[in-house]
Ligand binder design. Structure first.
Ligand code: HC0
Ligand code: SF4
Length: 587
């Protein structure tokens, strides 16, 4: 450990701690705009400068590490003035249309300027105008607002390793962009939104669908149906000041009804359906390979995450045969609302508007894929992020925190704990194993509380292995087979797994889950800001409590799933399923 004093307070911290974190440990909050927890800070914003006795210059506290006997002044006049000057210089180069900005009241620059009491600038204004980049379905980029903190570069280069965003040009002309390509749509961007999730200002954010959704709600001829992703219920409360990890499923349903949606369904229903289709697909691939000795693509990869699909299509076309043909739950729920629900309710599907609420920006792209029209209409009309739903609830004057609990509507609103856990890394796999194991052996997955502990949590690549025994007679060919599964989250980790697949090193695995965002959907690019590992852990804990609080925790036990197979779909992988619930990929 290292002993030092910060503003006359003694502090002892482990060697290697930054001054910023040492100060935080004793309740001194040093402002910063470029630092991100868990990655190396670029130290570019100079907003965290502190004075260290004996040092020749002020030091950026997000980079400078503590030293034995160090005497640090955060609150000296020199340090305060330097930090204030840094912020004033950023403001001189920043549009001051805060009232019209998507980040108004939720902007780190605005908060820091306000905390410092900055009411006027000493510097001439030198704002650079740049055209808006509206080229993708998922994201809006406004480089006029960029403060060059480089957090998005860190997210895109180091965490996701997609490598689209980089600093270009030098000095005053510096701009963050996709190289020679003017627009994101021309790059290999997968629209994961991790850049938007870390942007401290309004430079990168989701493409707004709020106006479209209000217009649909205001149109008396439209029957507007909403459904919410598994991860929303563990994060939406943060939009209203509730702590990370607050479970708000019931309040969310009530809020959606009060916003005027005609039906409130649940993406979780379709998550259970996905398990049926994807689980049976896995069993079919295993049967073909083990019993019939056919050449099939194994391991099967999950296909529910749209950033991962974009990534696989762009970077690893050879992986595409390994991907499950199942659409994502969002894209199963949409066409079923416009067919199954439309029939039951006697409503012309052309009058139905399907809105999905997702923690994700890539979902906006997925909904706009030209092939996603299997109901005969656009299967999902609009996608809102968690943040956008939060804004709509606030705009409607709804006191979210004090809402009574509601329940999703019948027909496509019932779900099990298996669907809840889709929201975090390892969850789709655990949910699939809960059903597939039981179909093969007739017994429950033999782990405490149905959890596959080794694939839970925030480690980047996780795995589990267990032996199949006591298989039902029709699956006797699987007796004694060791099932091995692999789970990865964050595209940096997906790269590693895909490289192994291409090298033929995944032959002993049967099933692989990939989620684009660190932590899975609970850490999605459309979730309330800021998401760090503590927030991820809190949301994950909420999701598992949601699962454990249920009576039904296995997808095949969902009564509405049994009903839709009996009355509409027939059987998993059947003709109708094939048409409405499965898809193909384009390299
Ligand atoms: Fe997810 Fe989904 S779990 S991708 O991670 O599978 O976005 O929450 O809605 O579709 O259900 C996101 C979250 C979903 C889908 C589901 C899957
Ligand atoms: Fe990079 Fe993802 Fe942002 Fe695209 S959306 S620029 S891939 S971080």
């Amino acid at each position: 450990t290292v002993n030092l004093t910060i503003d006359n307070q003694p502090v002892t911290v482990p060697k290697g701690t930054t001054i910023l974190n040492a100060a935080r440990s004793i309740g001194i909050k040093i402002p910063t705009l470029c630092h991100m927890e868990g990655v190396v800070s670029p130290g570019s914003c100079r907003v965290c400068l502190v004075e260290v006795e004996g040092a020749r210059t002020l030091l950026p506290s997000c980079i400078a590490q503590v030293g034995e006997g160090m005497i640090v002044h955060v609150n000296s006049k020199t340090a305060r003035t330097a930090r204030r000057t840094s912020v004033e210089l950023i403001l001189a180069n920043h549009p001051l249309d805060c009232n019209n900005c998507s980040r108004n009241n939720n902007c780190e620059l605005q908060t820091i300027a306000s905390d410092m009491g900055i009411t006027a600038s000493r510097f001439p204004r030198l704002v650079q105008e740049h055209p808006l980049d509206l080229s993708t379905s998922g994201l809006t980029r406004d480089m006029s607002k960029c403060i060059l903190c480089r957090r998005c570069v860190t997210a895109c280069q180091n965490i996701q390793q997609v490598g689209v965003l980089a600093a270009q040009k030098r000095g005053f002309a510096t701009i963050i962009g996709g190289g020679a390509k003017a627009n994101l749509a021309e790059t290999t961007c997968v629209q994961c939104g991790q850049c938007a999730a870390v942007c401290p200002v309004g430079a990168i954010t989701e493409k707004d669908a709020i106006a479209d959704v209000w217009a649909a709600l205001d149109d008396p001829k439209k029957h507007v149906v909403v459904h919410t992703a598994p991860a929303i219920r563990a994060a939406l409360g943060e939009c209203f000041g509730m702590p990370a990890g607050s479970r708000v499923t019931g309040k969310m349903v009530t809020a959606l009804r009060r916003l005027g949606f005609d039906k409130v369904f649940d993406t979780n229903f379709a998550a259970d359906l996905t398990i049926m289709e994807e689980g049976f697909e896995l069993i079919k691939r295993l049967t073909d390979a083990v019993r019939d000795k056919k050449a099939v693509a194994l391991p099967q990869f999950t296909s529910c995450c749209p950033g991962w699909i974009n990534f696989a299509e762009t970077f690893y076309p050879k992986s595409l045969p390994y991907l499950s043909s199942c659409k994502s739950p969002m894209q199963m729920e949409g066409p079923l609302i416009k067919t199954w629900y439309a029939q039951k309710a006697g409503i012309d599907p052309k009058d139905i508007v399907v809105v999905s609420v997702m923690p994700c920006t890539a979902k906006k792209h997925e909904a706009n894929r030209p092939e996603m029209v299997d109901s005969g209409f656009k299967d999902t009309d609009y996608v809102l992020t968690t943040r956008e739903l939060g804004k709509m609830v606030t705009a409607a004057g709804i006191d979210f925190v004090n809402l009574p609990d509601g329940r999703a509507d019948e027909l496509a609103g019932e779900s099990t704990g298996a669907a809840d856990i889709f929201a975090n890394s390892g969850g789709v796999m655990e949910a699939a194993l809960r059903t597939a194991y039981e179909v093969i052996t007739g017994r429950e997955l033999p782990f405490p509380s149905l959890h596959v502990a080794s694939i839970q949590g925030l480690d980047g690549i996780k795995e589990a292995a267990f032996k199949l025994d006591g298989c039902k007679p029709e699956f006797s060919f699987l007796e004694g087979v060791t099932v091995k599964v692999l789970v990865a989250h964050g595209l940096g980790n997906a790269h590693k797994v895909c490289k192994k697949l291409e090298a033929g090193d995944l032959a002993e695995y049967q099933f692989v889950e990939i989620m684009t965002c660190p932590g899975g959907c609970i850490g999605g690019g459309g979730q309330p800001r800021m998401t760090d590992d503590n927030v991820r852990r809190a949301r994950i804990a909420a999701i598992y409590s949601e699962d454990e609080s249920r009576t039904l925790r296995k997808s095949h036990e969902n009564p509405e799933i049994k009903r839709i197979y009996a009355e509409f779909l027939g059987e998993p992988l059947g003709h109708k399923s094939h048409h409405l619930l499965h898809t193909t990929y384009t390299p």
